[in-house]
Design a protein around this ligand. Structure first.
Ligand code: NAP
Length: 471
């Protein structure tokens, strides 16, 4: 075992979302008897991962977490290197050469698979893909086919609520947010009238959170529609509704919506259905062949434990699009093991495990790629703390980098022609987006704080100081 030499521990963190920034911040603040030097990489030119590309634009409170992350990064003791794709631009071998330890905080951005017939039809979408589109993710197409009048959203988690809200809200009511112009235009053209959200279990088994659920009632010109036959509670539901405050609140909210008159004659409706399990996405005929024309659901009943069993009773809903919002799934990280079922890197409290099941020295994980796509953003802090704890325990043996010089990794990126971006670059892009917001406010109908730049090349150009005609 080597002891800490007289140079800082070089740490690379892959992924500059909340998990990566919290991990970097907690390590810089941790009690330790050695210096650290941290590089925070991201494949995108801008930082903030899930907050920039996963949180719905009409959630300014959650987007506001960016302020805390900004403060951390703006201190100047963590170096941001954006626009660097792990696995292509830089490999595990490269990182081993330049760093003593590496933390993977790559998150989860893919949709979990739904195994029913018809998911490949045109008009069947992953909720996570739609989120990427409306959040102006640089790697998704700019156009989204918003042609359906009736739409189904499968799932009873907060992502299903985000997707349903974004689909049902009028585009003009989203103009105050940071939505990019193409998203505003896309949503503006949508002929949608009805959004049906389906949960496979009952109202006491929803995975929503109370605040996000209540927010549904605040969309202008959108009526909520609920169905008495869906309000079934078994012993486990009663128990959950008395012992869990969140469930109690949400069951109360849903029941009030059921009994109070919600029909105001709005031009759009958001239906909440429970105890309906998707069985098949139905294909159209004739000109509609190859496209979604409906969704077949099976009525479920509670089995006493909060789980459900099928009743054999089926209903076909005429919808022209289906959004699957049944959870996220982490992607395989090149060179590391992968738990296909859970979508995580196999790890023990954040120590990455090799094929033999033993920890691989110097490799760690934090955030959703460590524990799976569950919990709110704040929960990631505790998880990062656990990973940092492991690293601090292991540190006497970590000083292994052959070329730890801070400039060496920049030289490597430059030698490969990689247009990496920096923290100063992000500040320039941030300022540019705020200026676009100010410009839109002075010429448009509402005040806009920010308008996001979407194209990767444009983000990179602005970050690297080569401003375009928008400047
Ligand atoms: P989630 O909370 O795990 O919800 C997934 C939903 O999909 C559950 O209702 C689940 O039902 C359902 N589901 C799973 N497999 C299904 C199947 N085969 N058929 C039908 N339904 C199925 O996942 P999420 O909505 O993706 O959210 C991920 C995390 O991000 C959560 O912690 C969430 O709170 C957080 N988030 C928060 C916000 C916010 O605004 N605060 C916004 C977005 C996301 P069962 O319960 O029956 O399994």
């Amino acid at each position: 075992m080597t002891s800490a030499p007289d140079r800082p521990l070089r740490l690379a963190i892959i992924g500059a979302g909340p998990a990566g920034v919290y991990t970097a911040d907690l390590l810089t603040k941790a009690e330790r008897d050695f210096e650290v030097s941290i590089d925070l990489f991201d494949r995108y030119p801008a930082p903030y991962g899930l907050i920039r590309y996963g949180v719905a634009p009409d959630h300014p409170r959650i987007k506001g977490i960016v302020k805390a992350l900004h403060k951390v990064m703006d201190r100047g003791d963590i170096r941001f290197l954006g626009g660097v794709d792990f696995g292509t631009d830089i490999t595990l071998e490269d990182l081993r050469e330049h760093y003593d330890a590496i933390v993977f905080s790559t998150g989860a951005i893919k949709d979990a698979d739904l195994h029913i017939p018809g998911t490949d039809l045109q008009g069947s979408f992953g909720g996570a893909d739609f989120v990427s589109w409306y959040d102006g993710h640089p790697d998704v197409p700019r156009e989204w086919p918003l042609t359906a009048r009736e739409v189904a959203v499968i799932g009873n988690g907060n992502v299903a609520l985000d997707v349903a809200r974004m689909l049902s809200k009028h585009a003009d009511d989203l103009l105050v947010t940071e939505i990019p112009e193409n998203v505003y235009q896309g949503l503006k053209s949508s002929p949608i009238t009805d959004v049906h959200v389906f949960g496979r279990r009952g109202p006491a088994q929803v995975k929503f959170t109370p605040l996000e659920l209540r927010e549904l009632a605040h969309s202008k010109d959108v009526d909520l529609v609920l169905y008495p036959e869906d309000f079934e509670f078994d012993a486990a539901s009663e128990e959950a509704a008395t012992s869990n405050n969140q469930i109690k609140t949400m069951v109360g909210t849903l029941t009030n919506w059921l009994v109070e008159e919600q029909d105001t004659g709005a031009s759009r409706r958001l239906h909440l259905h429970f105890l309906q399990q998707p069985v098949e996405i139905l294909e159209g005929e004739g000109e509609q062949a190859g496209s979604v024309a409906g969704l077949r659901m099976e009525r479920m009943e509670l089995d006493g434990t909060g789980n459900v069993k099928g009743t054999g009773e089926f209903t076909d809903y005429p919808v022209q699009a289906v959004y699957r919002a049944i959870g996220y799934h982490g992607s395989e990280v090149p060179g590391l093991g992968y738990d296909e079922r859970r979508g995580v890197i196999p790890n023990d409290a954040g120590r990455i495990l090799g094929a033999d099941g033993a920890p691989v020295p110097g490799l760690y994980a934090s955030g959703w790629i460590k524990r799976g796509p569950v919990g709110l953003i704040g929960h990631t802090k505790g998880d990062a703390l656990e990973t940092i704890g492991c690293l601090l325990e292991d540190q006497p043996g970590l000083w292994t980098a052959r070329n730890p010089d801070e400039q060496a990794v920049l030289d490597l990126l430059e030698s490969r022609g990689i247009d990496y971006t920096s923290w100063e670059g992000w500040l320039a892009l941030d300022e540019h987006e705020l200026a676009l917001g100010a410009e839109a406010s002075s010429t448009g109908p509402v005040a806009r704080e920010r308008v996001k730049v979407v194209e990767r090349e444009e983000m990179t150009r602005i970050s690297r100081g080569i401003l375009t005609h928008h400047a």
